[in-house]
Design a protein around this ligand. Structure first.
Ligand code: PRX
Length: 657
């Protein structure tokens, strides 16, 4: 498909998919996408992507066997699809708007400039010995160089592993080792809310005595910063300046890995999920255009960091593959005041705005003045992602921010799914919106609910474990280095479906509301965190003999971790230990993982078989009552615990702390 044809195709895509518009609206296209699943994706793969070699196989996927593969014998290059093919039409138009922390200091990067930058970047990577299939760690905040680093990897077939630039040195080190990265790309630092954050020192700590890492490419954010500190450091800006902007793109097999992205699970070790080249890109392309009505030239404002999947799919790949302009937002929603988001919408006439409920909740407490003084009439869509959005925040987004005109896309999805899975849009004109509910599956996505015994829950007004029946192109293919874990966690929980780990309610209309995680994973300000990760980290401290961590609700952040620790014998109970515990979690994982409170206890509520009853701890942690008698009825039957008296002791310790 040539660029011009594709452009005109995309221009005509209003909400629904132009390729199937003869079928009707959402309901008809959805029905077709399920009943003719491979034809559906085949058609889109041909119309939305440019192939270097056409494919003959569409899907060869079987959840039961643990194999997922789409368009397997086709070849393409992701960078060429995201940038090169737009050059004939939009070389001089912006591809990226870099909204830096300090208002008024923005930079624009045109498609031609991005093309040249990525080519030079790719040559720098090659000169450092990076080859197709090598993993490269990127510890970069959202910025043109961070995006170019990802695209340069895609261009030469290296696999990027972006580590959120808020993770600690230990977390970065663990991820560099797991993915076997010889090259790390980072910035000297970043600015957030007027404050400079030094990132290079984190990288230095992360790679201390780590022979595996040979080169650290360091880009400049603050020209005053001392950015070259070790013998492995290379000045990225200088290297880019002297590199040639001529570079051949590597033809990649559809199923080659494009990137790894680490996320938390219910055990301590983070999982490096592997996403594919073609399937992932197609899913990013189609969801961005259909859910957000994204047209070429639209100004797409996804404020997620590139360290998370939302940043990968809706800040980088989705907008660019659709020929849109992507906003890179370095700052925080409250800087210099709570109107920053809407000032940004006005300044660039953003057509889409996509953010997280935690940020929306923090903003809605402020005066509407911060919203109303800016023109938001350019917005077609406002998206929400990462956790359930409460009704108050939904209403505020729709009525106050969106002047009761903008459609709200509450998008449910996961790092593993690659892109939006359940969301109220696209839908037929006039279809009802339900605040707080993700509602309808995206095309080709078939949700099923399972009961604890693995039976499919039929009918409406029912609850169950949310699973997906059919493979789709955007699903992650494996966990780096541990396919068995991938199969066990996602594909073998129930027969022949992908298990999401979330619970859901199917309402009277057959639409879905996510009820939350069914495992020990929590969501802190939209950051996914395994409570087991925090427990493992606390248990490393020599004064702690056992730790239990649970998530409890919190108004702005959604959930926060809350810890109970038992000190080793002979260690004297003191508040010093709580402080050390918090500092350790910040050092090993990240600041967002630090428990809201840590209670030192003598025992934990366990079953006779030794399993910690986190349900009880959750109730104790979240309660604000003053006497045990008040909370006792909520705890259920505790008589079957190995030591039931421990529950009241914990309650008293918490009251005293
Ligand atoms: O529990 C769900 C919640 O976030 C989890 C996925 O987290 P992560 O992989 O970090 O990806 C976040 C960005 C896609 C899900 O299992 N979640 C995500 N979006 C929603 C949500 N819960 C309710 N409603 C949502 N819209």
């Amino acid at each position: 498909m040539r660029t011009r044809q594709l452009q005109s195709l995309l221009r005509n895509t209003k909400r629904n998919l132009v390729e199937f518009k003869e079928l009707g609206g959402y309901s008809e296209i959805y029905k077709y996408s399920i009943e003719n699943n491979t034809e559906f994706w085949e058609k889109l793969a041909r119309s939305r992507l440019d192939w270097k070699e056409d494919f003959t196989q569409v899907s060869n996927s079987c959840f039961k066997n643990g194999s997922i593969s789409w368009f397997a014998d086709g070849k393409l290059n992701v960078f060429d699809n995201c940038v090169t093919r737009h050059l004939p039409d939009r070389a001089d138009q912006p591809a990226l708007i870099y909204e830096k922390d300090e208002p008024g200091t923005e930079e624009f990067v045109s498609y031609a400039q991005l093309h040249s930058l990525v080519n030079r970047f790719a040559n720098v990577l090659k000169s450092k010995g990076v080859k197709k299939g090598d993993r490269v760690a990127i510890y970069y905040p959202v910025s043109p160089l961070g995006v170019a680093a990802m695209l340069a990897c895609a261009k030469i077939g290296a696999v990027h592993s972006v580590v959120f630039a808020g993770f600690s040195a230990d977390a970065l080190r663990q991820r560099i080792i797991d993915a076997d990265c010889r090259v790390v790309i980072c910035a000297d630092g970043t600015y957030r809310g007027g404050r400079y954050i030094n990132l290079k020192s984190v990288v230095d700590q992360a790679i201390e005595n780590l022979d595996l890492v040979e080169t650290v490419l360091v880009g400049t954010r603050n020209p005053e910063a001392q950015k070259l500190t070790t013998g492995k450091d290379v000045d990225l800006d200088q290297a880019l300046e002297s590199a040639s902007d001529n570079c051949e793109s590597e033809p990649m097999n559809a199923e080659d890995p494009l990137f790894l992205l680490y996320t938390s699970g219910s055990t301590g070790k983070p999982k490096g999920l592997v996403h594919s080249q073609a399937g992932y890109l197609l899913y990013a392309a189609v969801t961005t255009s259909a859910v957000f009505d994204c047209q070429p030239g639209d100004r797409f404002g996804c404020v997620a960091d590139i360290g998370w999947i939302t940043g990968h799919t809706y800040t980088v790949y989705g907008p660019l593959v659709n020929g849109a302009v992507s906003l890179l937002f370095e700052s925080v929603p409250s800087y210099p005041d709570p109107g920053r988001y809407w000032a940004t919408v006005e300044k660039y006439n953003l057509t889409q705005f996509y953010g997280a409920p935690t940020a929306y909740r923090s903003l809605l407490r402020h005066s509407n003045e911060f919203i109303e003084k800016y023109d938001r009439s350019s917005l077609k869509r406002i998206g929400s992602v990462g956790e359930p959005i409460n009704t108050e925040a939904w209403e505020w987004l729709h009525h106050t921010v969106g002047s009761s005109k903008v459609r709200i896309a509450d998008t449910w999805w996961q790092t593993e799914t690659g892109g939006n899975m359940i969301t109220p849009v696209p839908c037929d004109e006039g279809a009802a919106f339900k605040p707080g509910s993700a509602q309808r599956p995206f095309y080709g996505i078939e949700p099923v609910l399972k009961s604890a015994d693995g039976k499919t829950v039929e009918g409406n007004s029912v609850d169950g474990a949310l699973c997906i029946a059919k493979p789709w192109p955007g699903i992650a293919r494996t966990i780096h280095g541990d396919h068995e874990r991938f199969r066990n966690v996602y594909l073998n929980v129930f027969d022949d479906v992908y298990t999401t780990g979330d619970g859901a309610h199917r309402d009277v209309d057959g639409e879905y509301t996510i009820t939350g995680r069914m495992d020990d994973v929590i969501n802190v300000s939209g950051h996914r965190l395994g409570t087991a990760e925090v427990e493992d980290c606390l248990a490393q401290l020599e004064f702690i003999s056992e730790a239990a961590v649970v998530g409890i609700p919190e108004e702005t952040k959604g959930e926060v971790p809350y810890a109970f620790i038992i000190l080793k014998e002979g260690v004297i109970d003191s508040s010093e230990h709580k402080l050390l515990a918090s500092q350790h979690v910040a050092k090993v994982i990240a600041k967002f993982a630090v428990p809201q409170d840590t209670i030192i206890v003598d025992g934990l509520p366990k079953t006779r078989s030794g399993k910690i009853m986190r349900r009880i701890l959750r109730k104790l942690a979240a309660s604000s009552v003053q006497t045990f008698a008040e909370i006792a009825p909520e705890l259920g039957d505790i008589s079957t615990l190995a030591e039931p008296e421990v529950v009241e002791e914990i309650f008293l310790k918490k009251c005293q702390s």
